[in-house]
Each structure stands twice: as structure tokens, then as C-alpha cells.
Design a protein around this ligand. Structure first.
Ligand SMILES: Nc1ncnc2c1ncn2[C@@H]1O[C@H](COP(=O)(O)OP(=O)(O)OP(=O)(O)O)[C@@H](O)[C@H]1O
Ligand SMILES: O=C(O)[C@@H](O)C(=O)CO
Length: 422
């Protein structure tokens, strides 16, 4: 059975973000955790999103895993393929957006694609190639302090150009305002000039729809989740898709809820501060974890003492200064791995104790948690905030999950996520 859209996401919250937009656009969507190694029931899906954890991996490994995901998707002869990365273009010093995109283009025998991270509903817009987050240049938005992927340049033509073997052009907002035909023509002209990539300006929702429609004949698309909004129309216009109004309700799951935050993004810092005001919370201290004076067992024991009626928060979230101090002592990668490792161990133990509802902030953190839970596929439910759906593991004993990208959601996100799980 062919799949219309085969997607590869470079982190787990990014994957649910994309899946949520696809479902909202009328496509039945299944999200897979990693590349399946056995048979999978795709249940008549129009779109499949494979969630990888390649954003911060070593580049060679990230490219190899992305190609493996592509090969797996190709058995379903997808009409289009989609590489989903962060709306803030999060990359390490080595990439990985450029190298993965280059490899996917080569594997598909294609010479041109677009790069469109914008997500206006969450404040991400691209103007003359510069990425703004809530009206502020990317490199002044707080993303310059990201623990793993600090973004110090807002000019995406320059950023992508430094990561790819190929050249990068720009389609600006004036072209977008002229509509689908002019935008498609601009893609064709850049391709003719030998550019393999076009950064595409996007100031609003209508621009996203225009880009999606103009990209109907590109085999590979790359971008954030916003790029998804116009694609269902293309498949419907070709007679390949009947749009679905609703993805169906998720299971009711009884029992306690745990909230875990490993995100240090500005939005998460505010959400943690707000939730802590009237809920029990415990801070994970990387240096104490490192010297053994705080352990996963201690954290689990503390959680078990809390009242189920006020779901407890376990957080490593900290200020840029505190993170820098930890990273100086432990090393950047080691600090991240240490925190993710303890979160994963806590989740493993809580799952064994019968907890089946998890609210997690942070893409890398969500990756560790979902892997610890051995989840292989998830179903997408109602949206808690734009790009953050309630989800359910597809398993004999379903678990409810809310995986929040670092900078998504309002200040009261955690309370809303708890509410959605009751
Ligand atoms: N106090 C801390 N000190 C050092 N590293 C930390 C600390 N707290 C969290 N980290 C690490 O910082 C990283 C945060 O990345 P994560 O992807 O989870 O959040 P995010 O980047 O805000 O979310 P997203 O990728 O969805 O935008 C993780 O590797 C986490 O383990
Ligand atoms: O695009 C985004 O901002 C998110 O889906 C994400 O990838 C954050 O990790």
C-alpha cells in the first residue's frame, strides 16, 4: 500500500509536532520511534513520521540513520519525502541539517529542494533569509545559549551554506506575495542556476500554504512542521487523498502522571517556574548525579511520596549560566548525556511501578524517555498547544505522552497537559 508522505524527523518532539500538523490537515498519520526492524501495521496511514535522534549525533551516524529511514520509507513508494528539523534550525557546529539533506537528495537522485523552518503560529518567521523568533533575531532569542545547539547566526543562507556541499539561494517574501505560480517559478530558476537549496521567506500562514502548494512536484521537502500545512491539498487535488476530519479519540488511562523537564529553553524555564508555584517539584542536579550524591533511586523514592492529585515535576531545567558551569566541569556532551540518562532511568522505574502518563519537555529529553519506555509507535490525538499533541503509545498497555518541544507552549502548558490526561 503506497504512503503519500514519508517523513524523517531529527528529534522526537519535532516528529510529534509534524505529525500533529499533518493530522490537522486531514492526513491519517502514524509516528514510528526509530526505523522499524520488524513488520509494522500502518493502519492505512497517509503519512508516516519516523522519529530519529539525529540532531546532535555525530554527523556520519546521523546521515547513515537518516538514509536507513529513507530506505525503509521507500518500500512504500511515497509520493514525497520530508526531512523535519527544528523551527529554530538547531544544528551542531558540524551540521547536521546540511549533510543529511545532501545525502537524502543524492539518494533520491534529486538536485533541488527547499529549506523552510518557519512556523508563524509559534512566532518563527523568515524575512530576507533571516530567522526571527517572536520578532527577535534567532541569535538574540535565547537560542544562542542552547546547551547542545547554540545558534549564533540568524542568516539561514549563510548557516546552511556552511553545512552543505552545494549552493543555497533565497526566495524572498515579495515573490511569496505573488502567489503559487511565481513561487514555483522561482524554485525552478534557482535550480536552473545550479542551487540545490532555496531558503524560503515566510511571514505568515498564507505564505506557508503558498510554499506547500508550490512545492507539490518536489520529491524531497525539508523544513519545520509549518511546511506541512499545504501538502494535503496537493494530494487531494491529485485525487490521492480523501481528507479525514478527525484522528479518533485516544484511550483513557488511569493512575498517576509524572512531568519531566530537561529543556532549558526560555519557554520551558517560565513553564517550570509557573508549575512549581503550586505543585511539588524536584531538581535534578547534574553535579550531584555525577558524584553519586543524587541518584535515580532517590528521585523515584521522592516521587512516590507525592500526592497523585498534584502531579509532581522532576526538572533539570536551569539558567544558561548554571548550565555553562556544569558543562565546564563535565563537558557539553557528557552533561547532556548524564541528565538524559538519569531521566531515562527514573522513567524506567516509574513505568515498572505502574505510571503510564508522562509529560516531557525537550526534544533530546523526550527521545531518552520514549526509548526508555520501549515505545515503537504512537498515535496522535488532540492538540494541547500548537505543535504539541496528546499522544498514545501503540502497545498492549497504552501510555499517554505529551512531548513538548523546548520553546513551545504558553506559561501554563504543564497544567494544560495534566488536564488533557485526566
Ligand atoms: N542543568 C543542566 N545542565 C546541563 N545540561 C542540561 C541541564 N538540564 C538539561 N540539560 C541537557 O540539555 C539538553 C536539552 O535539550 P532538549 O532537546 O531536551 O531541550 P530543548 O533543546 O529545549 O528542546 P527542543 O530540542 O525540543 O527545542 C539535554 O541534553 C539535557 O540533558
Ligand atoms: O520545530 C520545532 O521547533 C520543534 O518541532 C522541534 O523540533 C524542537 O525540538
Amino acid at each position: 500500500m503506497p504512503i503519500l508522505l514519508g517523513c524523517i524527523a531529527d528529534d522526537f518532539t519535532g516528529a510529534t509536532d509534524l505529525a500533529s500538523f499533518l493530522v490537522a490537515s486531514g492526513m491519517r498519520t502514524v509516528q514510528l520511534i526509530g526505523v522499524p526492524t520488524g513488520p509494522v501495521d500502518l493502519d492505512g496511514a497517509d503519512a508516516v513520521v519516523i522519529a530519529l535522534k539525529t540532531r546532535t549525533q555525530k554527523t556520519d551516524q546521523a546521515v547513515a540513520e537518516s538514509l536507513l529511514a529513507l530506505q525503509w520509507l521507500q518500500q512504500y513508494q511515497c509520493e514525497q519525502y520530508y526531512f523535519k528539523y527544528c523551527s529554530t534550525f538547531d544544528s551542531t557546529a558540524d551540521g547536521n541539517i546540511g549533510p543529511i539533506s545532501d545525502a537524502l537528495l543524492d539518494a533520491l537522485g534529486e538536485k533541488f529542494t527547499i529549506a523552510c523552518p518557519s512556523l508563524p503560529i509559534n512566532g518563527r518567521a523568515v524575512y530576507n533569509g533571516y530567522l526571527f523568533v517572536n520578532g527577535v533575531l534567532l541569535n538574540e532569542s535565547g537560542m544562542q545559549h542552547h546547551p547542545l545547539t547554540p545558534m549564533t547566526d540568524a542568516n539561514l543562507v549563510r548557516v546552511l551554506d556552511a553545512q552543505t556541499r552545494h549552493s543555497v539561494g533565497l526566495v524572498n517574501h515579495q515573490v511569496l506575495d505573488q502567489g503559487v505560480e511565481a513561487t514555483g517559478k522561482a524554485f525552478g530558476e534557482l535550480a536552473k542556476q545550479g542551487h540545490h537549496y532555496a531558503i524560503v521567506d515566510t511571514l505568515n500562514y498564507d505564505h506557508l500554504v503558498t510554499i506547500g502548494h508550490a512545492a507539490r512536484d518536489l520529491k524531497l521537502l525539508t523544513g519545520g512542521s509549518g511546511l506541512a500545512v499545504g501538502l494535503a491539498d496537493n494530494f487531494a487535488a491529485k485525487g490521492l487523498l480523501t481528507k479525514k476530519a478527525d484522528s479518533g479519540a485516544l484511550s483513557k488511562v488511569a493512575g498517576g502522571i509524572v512531568l519531566l523537564s530537561g529543556s532549558c529553553s526560555i519557554a520551558t524555564q517560565e513553564q517550570v517556574a509557573q508549575y512549581r508555584q503550586d505543585h511539588p517539584s524536584l531538581k535534578v542536579e547534574p553535579l550531584k548525579i555525577n558524584d553519586g550524591s543524587q541518584t535515580a533511586d532517590d528521585i523515584v523514592a521522592w516521587y512516590k511520596e507525592q500526592s497523585v492529585s498534584r502531579p509532581a515535576l522532576i526538572y533539570a531545567t536551569d539558567t544558561p549560566e548554571a548550565i555553562k558551569a556544569v558543562q565546564q566541569q563535565l563537558g557539553v556532551d557528557a552533561a547532556g548525556t548524564l541528565v538524559e540518562g538519569v531521566m531515562a532511568e527514573v522513567v524506567r522505574q516509574l513505568a515498572q511501578a505502574g505510571i503510564r502518563k508522562f509529560i516531557v519537555a525537550g526534544g533530546e529529553t523526550s527521545g531518552s524517555v520514549v526509548q526508555a519506555l520501549n515505545i515503537s509507535a504512537i498515535k496522535i490525538g488532540q492538540s494541547i498547544a500548537p505543535g504539541v499533541p496528546l499522544t498514545e503509545s501503540i502497545s498492549a498497555q497504552p501510555q499517554l505522552l505529551a512531548l513538548k518541544s523546548g520553546n513551545f507552549g504558553d506559561r501554563d502548558f504543564f497544567a494544560k497537559a495534566v488536564e488533557a490526561m485526566l
